[in-house]
Design a protein around this ligand. Sequence first.
Ligand code: XMP
Length: 519
Amino acid sequence: MNLDLNLNKILIIDFGSQFTQLIVRRVREAGVYSELVSHKKVKSFHIKSNTKGIILSGGPLNVYQLNDNLFDRTILRLGVPILGICFGHQILSKFNGGKVKQSKHREFGLANIYKKNNSLLTKDYFNKKSKKVWMSHADQVYKLPKSFKVIASSENSKYAIVECTREKIFGVQFHPEVTHSENGKKIFSNFIFKICKIKKNWSPKDQKIRLIKETRQLIGSNKVICALSGGVDSSVVAQLLNKAIGKKLYCIFVNTGLLRKNEEKQVIQTFKKRLKINLIYVNAEKEFLKKLNKVSDPEKKRKIIGNLFIKIFERYSKKIKNVRYLAQGTLYPDLIESKSVTGSQTSKIKSHHNVGGLPKRMKLKLVEPLKYLFKDEVRKLGLELNLNKEIISRHPFPGPGLAIRMPGIITKEKINILKEADHYFIQALREHGLYNKIWQAYAALLPVKTVGVMGDNRTYEYLCLLRAITSEDGMTADFYEFKKPFIQKISNKIVNSIKGINRVVYDITSKPPSTIELE
Ligand code: XMP
């Protein structure tokens, strides 16, 4: 996969730090394109003239392990400004004649650093005598190369910030990319603008203009199909292509019958009526329910839904003649090696639903206009493309939909009950200003009935489970702590309004050990 976007950029060489993706984000947040490559793969001949600066990430290795197979050291001699962070800082010292060894005092957590000399890297950074920074290292530089000077020191790291002015090489022992490091953004903006002298090229508007132009050129007079789900990624892809190629785009929206309440109406209203996109709406509710009849095994449900979805999508896309491309909402974290923000590990636990095998079977080429973007960048691009906030800020919704929020067999009656419960819950979150504080929330219907009493009558009805979690990326999650009046109110509302539910429980497990969805 060629990920070389033809823009001036900062190249980040990943040595396996858990924070590497944060470095990419910090540079992009400053308004400049940045790209991530693995230390094992990148060679100095890959580095083109549009690389205006290089950042070496932290990582778990020891500098003495770095042989030529693991890192092409000639990269350090290209004359491009370099900033080394933590392990990257140790690499710069070691390969320029300094020495690194295990430190007597390991530094993990917050430390204070004190200014020793002026530097372009720390211009306007030390607005007071010391700065709090986040350290996480066992090794440290103990002998500085001759051409280097000290810019700042901490109690345990004499060489907390160093530079070689002549070669434009800079090293920081701490992690300016994490939010615990005070004013860390300044270190990045000084490196990018004062040292590498790059001009801003990465705003949502820049991306909109560039992506529309590039997609238009790529597609020419051909036709493109796109599976629209109403989720953030497919919505942004559809609207981007709509702006780029208009009526040459055909979106297919399959209603599996497992969508949230009124979801199909909203998708049709937004995309067909408001945005005037060619939308093919397929109501396949009956077909899905028939195939899922009496199936209760989670993996079977997922496979049935995924396969049928592809079959239906294929059936309808064949009706459009001369299609050459399939558009997909692939994002940057799906493609890069360090997958810490993708949630991709979950695919080993559950078989995720997507239109994966289709392009080959149908001899289609892929268009993936979002493949350089992180999720938050996709959201900003969506707003720039005039999609409304409600679509852009929607919680994630899994491909198999309500089927995996209903352990046990699936019936029309259960779907209807669940749609109502979920609707009340989400609406209440919105009304109380909680929706955007929560990463994902939903109602589920458990396959047990319990006894209750309403008025003077006995009831024997389903159990509704509510789940609301906070998360960064879906890989790990914690439950959201509601105040009692809210959770009490929503419980009452659900039980009083929905026939079929007489008890509500709140899921307080984190991920791990649980997963976000129930199946
Ligand atoms: P789990 O349940 O694995 O979910 O903790 C992590 C995130 O992934 C979403 N999810 C899916 N998304 N197709 C999707 O597009 C799927 O098959 C699928 N299964 C789970 C889930 O909603 C959560 O945000």
